[in-house]
Design a protein around this ligand. Structure first.
Ligand code: WTA
Length: 651
């Protein structure tokens, strides 16, 4: 090891390699290694020239004067340039045959379907932009969107972008308190919501939550409500207005504002492990450029494709890869409102078959749920339209990756494992499906123009196959600009852990081929007998056992070893819990990665506590494993009953 600073060790080994399928390669947007290498070479020789050339793909009202102004840690991209994202996502396509192409194909959970062409989406966006103006929203004001996954959410985002209002989307599962805090932090002037939405067959009320939140939000002047479920709700006179009524009162013409490249596009709150949520701020030109390019390169989108990213728009994945990236490429985007297992666990496969989805992008947590539900569900459906699969959000265990490849992709579709963060705005490390040979569990290599490294805390690069901290060494166009209202926290959180570089907060290792293996959040690192292990690796070892569907590994203090490893394990449908199975799993981990990683304790459970975006909340498990009580912040927890059950199982 290159430093005395304790570092993260990596014990995982994975030998399988899958070159891009020849047929895919032949028609891919980037299908030759030479093209790819030349982009890479151009980008590293002169990043600014490279990004400037790429930015020609966007529509600019006025070209920039300076590509990058960088005073660590503050970046400004395409300074002096003027553009509008809604113009890039809509108006630009109205001049070609795309005008009559489906922009959004939407399916509600109860089964209704709606299609909006680019022309129709454009006129809805213009109308809502006029509604915003009428409601007193001006360029620079903030608007909170608290909505189910319905087309009106995308319309509201694009309408904000059209007039230069900054949107702050709060995922529809958050409580009144969380919503209130986020509205107040951003000082929002208007809230857009719906009466409710549907999830797993039930109606989820939204408006009552908004009513509760708006009791303590002095900056809010009005609230626009979409009628989705038709349930009876309270409408506060003077403050609340129906979407459909307002839309009738305005016309469908609204020119797109010519905005500065650095104009604030959106704030998106992301939870720190502790403390109050951080309002990540993204701006216009650089963000759109990278969302646009990565969508084109990584998802290989063509005009004929139907593309489906299953993320809720309330998360960054939905911002960049349901709305801005695909629409700026003129793609057809499928949106589905509800749960993957409603009415049955084959809803996703049914949707893929019904609409002929070609590109499918989802999260490891969903894939592990599909594995648990059993392969009979996807096998019932014709998935032959699929040509490309993607994953994001957590490290994907190699066995889940293989299942995805074989059962969903039938060995035919490349898998793009995409690493990025709310803060990065767009995908940073990912295969390009037509050129990169993939290895199950690795996000492979950084994209052209992105300079990533693995370092010790002291800022020294580590060698091949040594674990360390993932850092980004150069500013990139879609990087966060600051934390809203707290620039100090921005500097301290991202730019002070290791001097001079962006600290991603993830552990990683780079193998001898230059492939990156993300080991999970560094707060999830466990320290056993002086060795720091990434929880993701131990979890992958557990998941590679046929009985295991999902695993979460945490540390509990241990007098002798420093930490003892506690594994929470859920089993695949047909398997039963037993002491013999516990012993077998411990042996299995020893075989897979070594006795150092052998769990001291295994706890079987029906479900794991997850955030609303599907990430396992190891912090809560750690608290449970340590003292039995959960004291920290649980506002991001998806399902409280899971904690209750875990507590009960302990007794
Ligand atoms: C994790 C989601 C491994 C990582 C876009 C990161 C991943 C955090 C991957 C950001 C991946 C995301 N492999 N880990 N392909 N993608 N992560 O802000 O820990 O919700 O720091 O953004 O998710 O989560 P966020």
């Amino acid at each position: 090891m290159s430093s005395h600073t304790p570092n993260i060790e990596s014990l995982q080994h994975e030998e399988r390699v899958f070159p891009p399928p020849e047929q895919f390669r032949q028609s891919a947007r980037i299908g030759s290694l030479e093209d790819y290498e030349s982009l890479r070479a151009e980008a590293s020789a002169s990043p600014e020239t490279f990004w400037a050339r790429m930015a020609e793909e966007l529509h600019w009202f006025k070209k920039w004067d300076t590509v990058l102004e960088w005073t660590l840690p503050h970046a400004k991209w395409f300074v002096g340039g003027k553009l509008n994202i809604s113009y890039n996502c809509l108006d630009r396509h109205l001049q070609s045959a795309r005008r009559n192409k489906a922009a959004i194909i939407w399916e509600g959970e109860p089964g209704e379907q709606r299609t909006l062409t680019y022309q129709q989406l454009h006129s809805q966006v213009c109308r809502f932009a006029n509604v915003l103006k009428r409601s007193g929203v001006e360029t620079g004001d903030r608007v909170a969107l608290y909505m189910p996954l319905i087309p009106e959410l995308a319309i509201a985002m694009l309408a904000c972008a059209r007039i230069g209002a900054t949107h702050s989307i709060v995922f529809g599962g958050f409580s009144a308190d969380s919503l209130k805090d986020r509205i107040n932090d951003a000082g929002c002037k208007l809230v857009v919501t719906a009466d409710g939405g549907y999830r797993r067959g039930s109606e989820i009320a939204l408006k009552p939550t908004v009513d509760e939140a708006l009791k303590h939000t002095p900056t809010v002047k009005g609230c626009v409500v979409v009628r989705r479920t038709g349930t009876r709700i309270h409408m506060e006179a003077g403050r609340d207005h129906w979407w459909h009524e307002l839309m009738e009162t305005v016309d469908a013409k609204c020119p797109a504002e010519e905005l500065d490249s650095e104009h604030p596009l959106y704030i998106l709150y992301t939870s720190g492990t502790t403390g109050k949520p951080k309002g990540i701020l993204h701006t216009t030109g650089g963000y759109l450029l990278q969302a646009h390019l990565t969508t084109k390169w990584i998802f290989d989108i063509k005009d004929e494709d139907i593309y489906w990213c299953t993320a809720d728009i309330g998360w960054v994945t939905g911002h960049s890869y349901v709305v801005y990236g695909p629409l700026s490429n003129g793609a057809t985007v499928l949106m589905y409102e509800g749960a993957p297992n409603h009415p049955e666990p084959d809803r996703f496969w049914q949707i893929i078959e019904r609409h002929g989805v070609n590109i499918f992008y989802t999260a490891p947590t969903a894939i592990r749920a599909f594995i648990k539900w059993g392969e009979q569900w996807p096998l019932k459906h014709d998935l032959s339209s699929l040509r490309l699969l993607g994953t994001v959000g957590e490290p994907i265990n190699p066995e889940a990756w293989m299942w995805y490849r074989e059962i969903i992709g039938k060995g035919r579709c490349p898998i793009v494992d995409t690493w990025w963060q709310t803060e990065t705005g767009a995908i940073m490390i990912s295969p390009l499906p037509g050129v990169t040979a993939t290895k199950p569990g690795s996000a492979t290599k950084p994209l052209p123009g992105i300079e990533v490294d693995v370092m010790t805390k002291a800022g020294e690069a580590v060698g091949a196959n040594e674990g360390g901290y993932l850092v980004i060494k150069r500013p990139w166009p879609s990087m966060l600009r600051t934390i809203w209202g707290d620039d100090e926290r921005y500097q301290q959180q991202y730019w002070s852990e290791i001097e001079g570089v962006y600290f991603a907060g993830d552990g990683a290792r780079r193998d001898a081929d230059g492939y990156f293996w993300i080991m999970g959040r560094v707060d999830d690192v466990i320290n056993v007998s002086g060795h720091r292990l990434g929880t993701a690796e131990v979890e992958s070892a557990l998941v590679s056992h046929e009985a295991v569907a999902e695993a979460a590994v945490v540390a509990r203090p241990d007098e002798i070893k420093g930490s003892a490893i506690v594994a929470f394990v859920t089993l695949e449908g047909q398997h039963k819990t037993s002491d013999a199975l516990k012993e077998e799993l411990r042996k299995h981990v020893t075989r897979e990665i070594g006795s150092l990683a052998r769990p001291d304790e295994i706890r079987f459970t029906d479900a794991l506590p997850k955030t609303r975006s599907g990430k396992i909340m190891r912090r809560l498990l750690r608290e449970l494993a340590t003292g039995g009580a959960v004291r920290g912040d649980t506002t991001t927890l998806e399902d409280f009953s899971v904690l209750e059950k875990l507590r009960a199982e302990e007794e």
